[in-house]
Structures are given as C-alpha cells and as structure tokens.
Design a protein. Structure first.
Length: 403
C-alpha cells in the first residue's frame, strides 16, 4: 500500500485545497473508506477464495463480461498506471534535477526481472524491503515530531479557497494512495487458510497504513513552510530538508526511493496473477496463463505496458485517472457482494456491519467520483472510456475463441 501516493499527494493537493486541517480530514476519511472496503473484500474472499480480485468476483457473481471489464481496468488502471506513477516519482526523488524517465523504466525492468527469475526471490526482497521501509518511516515520524521547527503564521499561511470539488479531487488522489488495501485478494489462491488470513491481512494492513499516513502527513504539513511544499511532488524530501538539513533530505530521498521500488515490485508481482487467471479462462491469450507456475509472460507484459505509460504520461494526470477508474471498479465489486448476499442469504455470505459498511463504501466512493469529475474532466472521461472500450474487446475476444 505504501507507495507513490503518500509521498506526493499532499504537496499537489495543497494547490486546490489550501487547508491543512481539511487535508488531514481527507486522509482520515480515505482510511475509513479503505477499511470499509477491506471488510467487504474479506467477505468476498471468504465466499470465493481464489486469485483474481475483481475480475474473479464480478465474473462469478454477475457475468463474465463484467469480470472482463474489471480485469481490463486492472490491466490499465489497477496496476499499469500505479507502477508508472511510482516509477515517475522515483525518478523525481532520486534524480530531482533530471526527473529521469530512463531511471523509472530501469526500476520497472529490475522489479520484473526479480519476479520472472524466481518468485520466492522476489517475495523475499519484497518482504525485506517493506520491513526496512516501515522502520524508517516510523523513524521519520518520530524525528519530525521531536524536531518540529517553529514556524510563524505567515510561513504556515496558504492562499486560495477550498471547495467541495477540490476536496473531492484531494480525496480521489488520497484514495490512490490507499489503493493497495485490496491487494491480498489478487493472490487469494496462494494464501494459506484464506478464509481466516485474508480478512486479517486486509483489515490489519489497512488500519496500520491509515495510522502511518495520518502521522506522516501531519509531519509533512506542519514541519515546513508553505512556500517549500505547495505544489511539490517530492514533499517528503523538502520537509526533511526543513527539519534536518541536506543530510536528512538525502537520506529521505533514498528512503522514498526504496518505498517506491517496493510499490513497483508488489504491483509487478500481483497484477500478472489477474492476467494469468484471465488467460486460463480463455479471455486473454494462453501465453499469459500460469498453469500453476510463475506467470513470466504476464509479468513481462505488465512491465512493458508500464514503461510505455512512463514515457507518455504526467504524474498528476495518472493520480486522477487511477483514483477515478479504480473507484468505479471497487464500487462494482462491493455492489456485487450485496447482490450475492441477497441471492444466497446472510448465513452463506456474512458481511461485517451489514448494511452500513458496504453502503458507506459505495456512497463515499461514488460521491467522490461524481464531485471530482467536473474538476478533472479529462481524467474522468479517460476512465469512462477505459470501461467503454472493454465491452467490445470482450465480445470480440469471445467471438474469436473456440467454442
């Protein structure tokens, strides 16, 4: 979960939402939405404990065409665009004067290589890096809290007015920062005792990350003057410079580089499992199926597509597009959960906090998308266009498949 979004969102959001308390409120609300989604996805995974995520859920519950749409969204917005966003931000942090897209592509290729060569090796690197990342982020939070500089009211002042639309845009970008809350369902079939462990992984992981995000963004927003953070992609490094000088800033750039690489690696590991499942079902070419093995061809496809997005995209556009499109996809999955419960009954499909939790998730997610769309119309249209293109591709593919 801890990837590109948390290390850039607050700096970019302060342009349209010039209020520190409102921005922290948006981070807290984003965490509540993610936690409610984790509970819903845990219920889905208990009922359908296989790998595949939304593709599997919607295909089984509603219709294979809806499953294909979810998989199509995962291919473009669920994994490819987030990998590209993390890689672009990695370039901004490690090569701030160059913002080198070549470095971004190299990071993607390295992560793909780890998972193609040997899955267990990639998982070991991922787990080790995440453990180091959590320790260092906690250290930054503690250090920032203990060494917060005295800032005047003038230094903390922000220009502009907040609006419901700007709050929705910030919440959409924040939702992207939380978007890994559902990651475990993509490898549900590879998890031991999924009925018990999946819900625990989803919920405990999301709660932990919510607490870290709130603490980290409090440091970001209140430990540096407004002039050094508003509109800045590399807000973490700039805040570190304000707290501890160039030495700490350089250290934080390396820390964020590690965080971003683990985000790239986790998405490169998870996304191809969806495409492999689609290939096994005959919707994608059989080349991308895993058949019980490491899906190397699907991993290579994922890396290639992410590199293409890197060389042709802008970071803020990616954040808006991904947040909008994934919001629709996850809302569809939760709506499918409600449909499944009505069809099979409460005993077969228990949902924690029903009906409050799933309906809260639906209302919050869809409302954010509706209010965000007028503020970022191009990205919203691209998201809707992604969905619209999926259906004809599905029927073309099915028509061309052997019966």
């Amino acid at each position: 979960m801890i990837g590109a979004g948390v290390f850039t969102t607050s700096g970019l959001s302060l342009i349209g939402l010039p209020s520190r308390p409102l921005l922290l409120l948006a981070w807290g609300l984003g965490g509540l939405i993610a936690c409610s989604g984790a509970l819903c996805y845990g219920a889905l995974a208990r009922r359908i404990p296989e790998s595949g995520g939304e593709y599997l859920f919607l295909g089984r519950i509603v219709h294979p065409a809806f499953g294909f749409l979810a998989g199509w969204v995962s291919l473009l917005a669920g994994f490819t665009a987030p990998i590209a966003a993390a890689a672009l931000l990695l370039g901004a942090y490690l090569a701030p004067e160059l913002n080198d897209k070549l470095l971004a592509c190299a990071a993607i290729a390295c992560a793909a290589g780890l998972h193609i060569v040997k899955m267990s090796g990639g998982v070991w690197v991922q787990n080790t890096a995440v453990s180091i990342k959590l320790l260092l982020i906690t250290g930054l939070i503690v250090y920032g809290g203990m060494n917060r500089p005295e800032l005047s009211a003038e230094q903390l002042a922000l220009e502009g007015e907040s609006s419901l639309g700007s709050f929705a845009v910030a919440l959409m970008w924040i939702s992207f920062s939380y978007s890994g809350w559902n990651a475990a369902v993509y490898i549900a079939g590879e998890i031991r005792e999924p009925a018990r462990n999946l819900t625990r992984a989803l919920l405990l992981g999301t709660i932990t990350v919510t607490c870290l995000y709130l603490a980290l963004n409090t440091v970001f927003l209140y430990c540096a003057p407004s002039s050094s953070i508003v509109g800045q992609e590399d807000i973490a490094a700039r805040v570190a410079g304000a707290i501890g000088g160039d030495g700490l800033q350089g250290f934080v750039r390396l820390l964020v580089g590690l965080c971003l690489f683990t985000s790239i690696s986790s998405n490169v590991m998870l996304g191809p499992r969806v495409y492999a499942k689609m290939a096994e079902d005959g919707i994608l070419p059989r080349l991308f199926a895993s058949w019980g093995k490491n899906p190397r061809a699907a991993i290579a496809l994922q890396a290639l597509m992410a590199m293409l997005v890197v060389v042709s995209s802008d970071l803020s556009e990616l954040l808006s597009y991904v947040g909008f499109t994934l919001g629709i996809s996850t809302a569809a999955a939760v709506a499918g959960l409600i449909l499944l419960r009505r069809r099979e009954g409460a005993a077969a499909v228990p949902i924690p906090g029903y009906p409050l939790i799933p309906f809260f998730f639906l209302v919050a997610t869809l409302s954010t998308a509706i209010f965000m769309a007028p503020e970022r119309p191009v990205e919203a249209l691209l998201g809707l266009g992604t969905l619209a293109l999926g259906l004809p591709l599905y029927f073309l593919r099915r028509r061309g498949s052997p019966s």
